[in-house]
Design a protein around this ligand. Structure first.
Ligand SMILES: [Mn+2]
Length: 383
């Protein structure tokens, strides 16, 4: 007889989405979309005959989640009975005294892990899920720093929010650092983890990151969804990733090199944006549009104009541009013009030659760009 679990993590209910440039109506749609994703997970667990749904932290964002979110969660979980819900708080939803976790009366099918050391929760048929909670947002303990489990012929799974150190994406914060090699060493058949927002299934190591159910940043462009964990009668554990995200994050480059006017920039941006939205539901697509190429300083690139035009062209829910263009080589000519422009360019060049850090260099580049645009008499587009 096999047992199935459905594993999710990093839903981040109540997220602001400001970092993705969402405000007003779009931010509300995104937050409703997160609640929908949780409802979907419950239905998926039922369809797959899962005994439990495991949630490895960052279920909500503590700073923004209030009583309404607590009631939504309690009612949603109750509606899933008899499926059990196992909660292992992470860094964004740490088990603080005033947290939703602490002050909500959870329905009987919910089990909240409450210690920073792994504690057992038997699911029957010799299967035990060991879970822990981050008791504070900056917890730095090793989730697998525990005595080895097992030796009873049963199957043991670990459930926690943590940063596997061999696979940390650049710049990702470290919360609950651990080594994947310790999963089997400590007697666990698998670690059902959360924290990294990109899916990772490693059957050999027994490591699962389901990733965030919906994309939370532009870098989260891959398909995402819950992971079905099957514990077979012989004790072997297998994973199956489902892809059911309804929102999409895309990044595309538009080469605007050689553009002679803002109209050329808008045209190239529209073509790239349309191509990027092909095959997705544009109304639920968040597009990041990188403008690249060497552009004449007489061409005004205004981010808001380009974003508005690109959204018009492809119908995406939102478009954010990153102006990665460089100033066209025509600039070299500026030096021989014998004008205010050339005097300005020479002054900036002297300042650049005087050295300074990366930050100085960037601000001098902006100085040159905006200054030359101003002196050319074009409208200054903000990056
Ligand atoms: Mn997270």
């Amino acid at each position: 007889m096999s047992t199935r679990l459905l594993h999710i993590a990093d839903l981040h209910l109540d997220r602001a989405f400001a970092a993705m440039g969402c405000h007003g109506e779009l931010a509300i749609r995104r937050r409703l979309g997160l609640r929908e994703a949780l409802g979907r997970a419950g239905r998926t667990a039922a369809e797959h005959g899962c005994a439990a749904l495991t949630i490895a932290g960052d279920l909500y964002e503590h700073d923004r989640a209030g009583t309404d979110t607590a009631r939504f969660l309690a009612d949603t979980f109750a509606s899933w009975a008899p499926i059990q819900v196992l909660l292992a708080p992470g860094n964004h939803d740490a088990l603080l005294a005033r947290s939703i976790y602490s002050r909500t009366a959870w329905p009987g099918n919910v089990h909240l892990f409450g210690s920073s050391c792994l504690e057992p929760h038997p699911l029957g048929d010799g299967l035990t899920v060991w879970g822990l909670a981050h008791l504070e947002p900056s917890w730095q303990g090793d989730p697998l720093d525990c005595a080895a489990v097992g030796g009873d012929g049963g199957v043991h799974l670990a459930l926690f929010h943590g940063a596997e150190l061999g696979w940390r994406p650049e710049g990702k914060s470290i919360h609950g650092p651990f080594h994947a090699s310790h999963i089997h060493e400590r007697g666990f058949a698998a670690a059902l983890s959360g924290h990294y927002h990109r899916r990772r299934l490693d059957a050999a190591l027994g490591l699962v990151y389901p990733g965030s159910p919906e994309p939370l940043s532009f870098d989260e462009s891959e398909g995402r969804g819950p992971v079905v964990v099957t514990v077979a009668g012989n004790g072997s554990v297998s994973f199956e990733a489902l892809t059911d995200n309804r929102w999409h994050a895309r990044t595309v480059s538009a080469d605007v090199g050689g553009a002679r006017s803002a109209a050329d920039v808008v045209e190239a941006a529209g073509v790239a944006a349309r191509a990027a939205c092909t095959g997705t539901d544009p109304e639920r697509t968040m597009l990041r549009l990188d403008l690249v190429g060497a552009v004449d300083d007489a061409v005004s690139i205004d981010a808001f104009t380009v974003e508005t035009a690109a959204r018009e062209a492809c119908g995406a829910a939102s478009v954010r541009t990153r102006d990665l263009t460089s100033t066209a080589p025509t600039l070299v000519l500026v030096g021989v013009e014998g004008t205010v422009r050339s005097a300005f360019a020479a002054a900036v060049a002297r300042a650049a030659a005087a050295g300074g850090g990366e930050e100085d260099h960037c601000s001098l580049e902006d100085t040159l760009r905006y200054g030359l645009q101003a002196l050319s008499g074009v409208e200054i587009g903000l990056r």
